[in-house]
Design a protein around this ligand. Sequence first.
Ligand SMILES: [Zn+2]
Length: 125
Amino acid sequence: MWHLLIQYVVTDQSLLNLQSVFPRSLALAALDLVDRGNVLKCIGPAQHHYNVLGSTATHRVFLNMPGPMPAYCTCPAFAYLVLSSESYLMCKHVLAARLADQMGRCVDQPVNSDELASIIMQEYS
Ligand SMILES: [Zn+2]
């Protein structure tokens, strides 16, 4: 698995620093999620997000957001490690979504407008 990541990373300049930026355990956990097909790409009419199935819960990941924060995840680790303490640049779900997207390993899941409305309601309520 680790070799796979290295192989992948050296072909992609944007993730070239993956090893130095992320703890190995985080990178391995993210790769494991990709490998299990746990990254669902939810494609809506205007935008898309990712549902990453964790061991205890499903977390919603947003990538390529406008503004100072390029990615966001709804998991507690993201809130604590990334937003509060700034110890990490991203959680394993964000990393998994990025990797899955670039490796073409996302499971596409079209979202209809009703589902999208309920997602938006949850986000802003
Ligand atoms: Zn997360």
